[in-house]
Write a protein of this length. Structure first.
Ligand code: HH2
Length: 410
């Protein structure tokens, strides 16, 4: 059975990072201890949830012995708390030493050490080759641009513009000529408050467009759908990636369909469903909750037979998120690198950009979108799903070069 209790997350690599401070305080540690640990200014921090008292104490002991440290709830000493969240801090070396020491310990600590090691290994990955059907896309430090083709009457930014299949195909070809690495074709709007379209109608919208674009040489096609049948028929029409905005929580047949068709899979985080998702969304710990949701999706995909190298993860900007949530996701995106899979982000023209800039018309949110894409790329995003391919290609070429320099990879 999948155990989601620990939910390890690598937090940050900068000394004094506010995200580390936030997570350390969330453990319930005394403030003087928090300040002492922050002062150590170490380069890696890993948050773990719900360890038993004995596990937390042994973890702390071994991390201290290795020269690192571990924040735990102060309730542990007074025996008020039976469980605690912890935050481990240390250099790579100190983690390696501390984790090696845990291999000898009882109380499941060897397994916990294995999970922490996997999280650190995932976090360290910078380059990915994603398999999708017969296609392969390598990203890192370069970023792939995913062009949006909405064959819908009601999409929030371009609804009705490309409902006619001929117009949609032309639009797709234009995005391909502008440098899109993938075209994501969707026949159902998932904007906040959207009502579902019927399956037949969704198929009627997307299949002719996919069929026409698939006969062009070049750009791989993605299908943006929540329905397994649409995914299957789209794959037969030439789509090699399935973009499921429910992260496998929608159609129970989706994971098996993806495994059987051999397409790639985007697992996106959503809170609730499009009809209700923007009604007062709430999180215990935003990044931890998103991370756990995506881990659950990764496990479900793996269990159904989808190979790991076929999967991308996406925090789902705007899907059950307030303005503050969206901004925080962009600020802390790097934590999702813990999952060891390439990150897709879709901030394009979205309402949070309108709220931040006062620009009402979605199609005019180009510069805000470029800023969001640049932040996302700097935070580790490797796929950016956008409406304005030409402009974002330009912004992302610069962002990817600076990110590569910052990470010292070429
Ligand atoms: N956003 C939208 C749709 N699909 N897929 C992923 N993976 N990530 C996203 O952020 C994402 C997505 C919403 O944008 P759009 O398709 O332009 O609007 P609508 O749903 O109204 O058609």
């Amino acid at each position: 059975m999948l155990d989601l209790r620990l939910n390890p997350r690598v937090i940050a690599g900068r000394p004094g990072d506010p995200a580390v401070l936030d997570e350390m305080r969330r453990t319930g540690a005394a403030e003087h201890g928090v300040q002492r640990m922050m002062a150590k200014g170490e380069c890696l921090a890993v948050a773990l949830e719900r360890l038993s008292r004995i596990q937390a104490n042994l973890l702390k002991q071994e991390m201290l012995a290795a020269g690192g440290d571990c924040a735990v709830s102060r309730g542990l000493c007074s025996e008020e708390a039976a469980e605690t969240n912890v935050l481990l801090v240390g250099s790579r070396r100190q983690f390696a030493d501390g984790l090696a020491r845990l291999a000898e310990e009882p109380f499941d600590l060897a397994a916990i050490a294995g999970e922490i090691r996997r999280a650190l290994d995932g976090y360290a990955l910078r380059q990915f080759t994603v398999c999708m059907g017969p296609r392969r896309i390598t990203v890192g430090p370069g970023v792939a641009v995913v062009g949006i083709v909405n064959v819908t009457p009601d999409s929030f930014s371009d609804g009705g513009s490309f409902l006619d299949p001929k117009a949609a195909v032309e639009h797709g070809r234009r995005l391909a000529a502008e440098g899109a690495d993938i075209l994501d074709v969707g026949g159902e709007s998932t904007r906040p408050g959207a009502t579902e379209v019927g399956e037949e109608e969704e198929l009627r919208r997307v299949l002719p467009v996919l069929g026409a674009l698939a006969s062009d040489p070049g750009v791989p096609l993605s299908i943006d759908t929540r329905r397994a049948r649409v995914a299957r028929e789209a794959a037969a029409a030439g789509a090699c990636l399935v973009n499921d905005v429910t992260g496998l929580t929608g159609d129970p047949a989706m994971a098996r369909t993806v495994a059987e068709t051999g397409t790639g899979l985007v697992l996106m985080h959503i809170l609730g469903d499009p009809k209700t998702m923007q009604v007062a969304p709430r999180y215990d710990n935003l990044m931890a909750d998103i991370c756990r949701f995506l881990r659950r999706g990764l496990a479900a995909a793996r269990e159904a037979g989808v190979a790991e190298d076929h999967i991308l993860v996406d925090p789902g900007i705007g899907f059950g998120k307030t303005l503050e949530h969206n901004v925080q996701i962009l600020a802390r995106l790097g934590q999702l690198r813990t999952l060891g899979r390439p990150i897709m982000v879709g901030p394009s023209r979205k309402a949070f950009i309108g709220k931040l800039t006062g620009v009402q018309a979605p199609a005019e949110r180009l510069f805000g979108t470029a800023a969001a894409c640049t932040w996302a790329a700097a935070g580790g995003a490797r796929f950016l799903r956008v409406h304005d391919v030409k402009a974002m290609r330009q912004a992302l070429a610069v962002a990817a070069a600076v990110t590569a320099a910052a990470e010292n990879v070429s």
